[in-house]
Ligand binder design. Structure first.
Ligand SMILES: NC(=O)c1ccc[n+]([C@@H]2O[C@H](COP(=O)([O-])OP(=O)(O)OC[C@H]3O[C@@H](n4cnc5c(N)ncnc54)[C@H](OP(=O)(O)O)[C@@H]3O)[C@@H](O)[C@H]2O)c1
Length: 272
């Protein structure tokens, strides 16, 4: 990020996580700036991160190479129209807003270099997983910058078609909630089997953490790992057979398809 200057418009949770991640990676605070309308939040941002924080959105644009749009989708149109007259053609726009298409951003900002990202909630812990899409105005250097910005909060992978961001939304955007649901169900089942609720919950959470850590090592696939803990006629095999008898994989596919369809629908709302 040699000397790349990044301005964050709408410095809330996601932008704050990215700012924290970039600083932790050694990006100097002087390269980052943010806007926030709320005086208390401005003060908190400046105190926590030591970056320049301005009240006006356009005030942070002048010396930025990259402008990260971190406002909620429903205000994106209004914010972009406010920014448009102040942007330079060489500036890269990175939007993290769910369901705001490049077509909408182009309508509001004019034809320009755009990267659209779909991050997820664990970005707050720098354990996020984001999908990124670049339009055809984005240079190789700008692509590398966007990659570094999102990589500051976790995994950042590119998709080649913008529509694939609906699938990213279904897999990793909404994905944390699926694992939370499984944790809830395992905790409830463990409690019904006689464990104190707190014990069932702690065992579930740490099992999820351990399983994710093993799977993320990458030397064996999740299927290989699953088979390695399923001894013939053992307890795990019995549980997995029960999941499969209930068409677990079909249900997961149905749920993710519903999420992807909803992502596509949301992108068509009149304010997008
Ligand atoms: N959080 C996630 O895990 C996650 C995951 C995927 C995608 N996203 C995307 O990230 C974006 C931000 O989400 P978030 O969770 O970070 O929301 P957030 O914490 O509410 O942040 C949004 C920020 O935008 C500010 N804002 C609102 N209107 C503005 C305006 N006209 N000009 C400048 N700033 C304005 C808000 O300020 P006030 O507080 O003063 O209103 C707030 O600081 C959303 O578009 C969302 O789709 C978030």
């Amino acid at each position: 990020m040699n000397d790349t200057r990044i301005a964050f418009i709408g410095a809330g949770n996601m932008a704050g996580a990215i700012i924290g991640g970039l600083l932790a990676q050694g990006v100097p605070a002087r390269q980052l700036s943010a806007s926030n309308r709320n005086p208390a939040k401005r003060e908190a941002l400046a105190r926590e991160h030591g970056i320049r924080v301005e009240a006006s959105n356009s005030a942070v644009l002048a010396d930025a190479d990259v402008v990260v749009l971190g406002v909620k989708p429903q205000v994106m149109g209004e914010v972009c129209q406010e920014l448009a007259p102040h942007l330079r053609p060489d500036q890269l726009i990175v939007s993290v807003a769910a369901g705001i298409t490049c077509a909408s951003l182009t309508r509001w900002l004019g034809q320009r270099a755009l990267v659209r990202c779909m991050p997820n909630v664990p970005s707050q812990l720098r354990l996020g997983a984001s999908g990124l899409f670049a339009n055809d105005q984005v240079t190789a250097e700008q692509r590398a910058r966007a990659q570094e910005i999102l990589a500051a909060v976790g995994l950042a992978l590119w998709v080649e078609e913008e529509q694939q961001l609906d699938a990213v939304t279904a897999v990793s955007g909404s994905g944390p909630a699926y694992f939370f649901l499984l944790m809830e169900a395992m905790t409830q089942a463990g409690t019904k089997l006689g464990l104190p609720a707190a014990v069932a919950e702690q065992l579930t959470l740490h099992t999820a953490r351990g399983a994710a850590a093993m799977a993320c090592q990458g030397d064996r696939s999740p299927e290989q790992l699953r088979r390695s803990v399923m001894s013939p006629k053992g307890t795990t095999e019995r549980a997995i057979e029960t999941f499969q008898a209930g068409a677990f994989a079909d249900l997961v596919e149905e749920a993710l398809t519903a999420a992807a369809d909803r992502a596509a629908e949301l992108a068509q709302l009149p304010d997008r």
